[in-house]
Design a protein around this ligand. Structure first.
Ligand code: NAP
Length: 239
């Protein structure tokens, strides 16, 4: 059985490593400078929209697709839904659960980066922005001191914020030190979910720093969605 695994996440890499009994092709967008390659065959780069993906599925005789992209990679997921419907190939979406607030958290949910930026002045003057490179521009006009942490440098390099290039996983002690060093008063994050980048939320709770969370795009309807790597592997083995 030939499986196309849409990746770019830790879950996709781990799933690829567990599917030795399948013919798996992992697909990466190829945006980051240092690719973290999964086990097995890998292809890199866009397909050329939903129609390009549909053509790729047919030409490569794919039997099933697992979309294990990041919860905020909504365009890729939309294309996967459209392309698999067009060519009649089953699709499974693997989405790690989002984060939920606990006791002591001061979380503020918003739908967009613009809403997050508008909320910031009421919450703090020194901002830690951990939303990746895309969407930074929405925060350029806040006038607040901002530390933007990204894996790769945004292009063009923004002049309105201080950049910190780093890649998870992050530990709570290091996050606490970062908050303290820069006197962070408010954190902005997307609801990526998962343990790899959750330490900043623990640090914010411990330091009583408010957090602005950008909601996820909705999961696609009409396709099966699972939350764990084990459930995704089970789904494939049930075919
Ligand atoms: P996106 O906005 O949903 O997708 C934009 C385009 O990039 C897609 O239309 C597709 O191009 C191409 N693409 C995306 N994922 C691909 C994949 N796995 N294989 C081949 N082409 C892919 O995606 P994004 O938010 O820019 O994310 C890009 C990649 O980074 C994804 O693989 C995602 O898992 C990973 N990632 C994203 C985030 C995030 O916060 N968005 C965080 C961590 C990792 P075509 O239309 O040409 O096919």
């Amino acid at each position: 059985m030939k499986v196309l695994l849409l990746g770019g996440t830790g879950e996709a890499r781990e799933l690829a490593g567990q599917l030795a009994d399948f013919e798996v092709v992992s697909s990466l967008a190829g945006r980051t400078r240092e690719l973290r390659l999964p086990e097995g065959e890998v292809r890199v780069g866009g397909f050329g929209g939903a129609s390009g993906l549909a053509q790729w599925l047919t030409e490569n005789q794919v039997d099933a697709v697992v979309d294990a992209t990041h919860p905020f990679a909504a365009t890729m997921t939309e294309h996967a839904v459209e392309a698999t419907r067009a060519v009649g190939v089953p699709l499974l979406v693997l989405r790690r659960p989002g984060w939920t607030a606990g006791s002591g958290d001061d979380w503020h949910w918003v739908e967009t980066s613009d809403q997050a930026a508008a909320l910031l002045p009421a919450l703090g003057q020194r901002v830690l922005l951990t939303i990746g490179r895309q969407g930074l521009a929405a925060f350029a006009g806040t006038g607040l001191w901002t530390l933007a942490r990204c894996v790769d440098p945004p292009e063009p390099e923004p002049t309105w914020c201080t950049l910190l290039l780093d890649r998870g996983p992050y530990a709570v002690d290091a996050e606490l030190a970062l908050f303290r060093e820069h006197h962070i008063e408010v954190l902005v994050t997307k609801d990526s979910g998962g343990p790899q980048t959750a330490a900043k939320l623990t640090a914010a709770r411990q330091l009583q720093v408010p957090v602005v969370l950008i909601q996820r795009p909705p999961s696609p309807t009409g396709v099966p969605v699972v939350e764990s790597i084990a459930a995704a592997a089970d789904w494939l083995r049930s075919y």
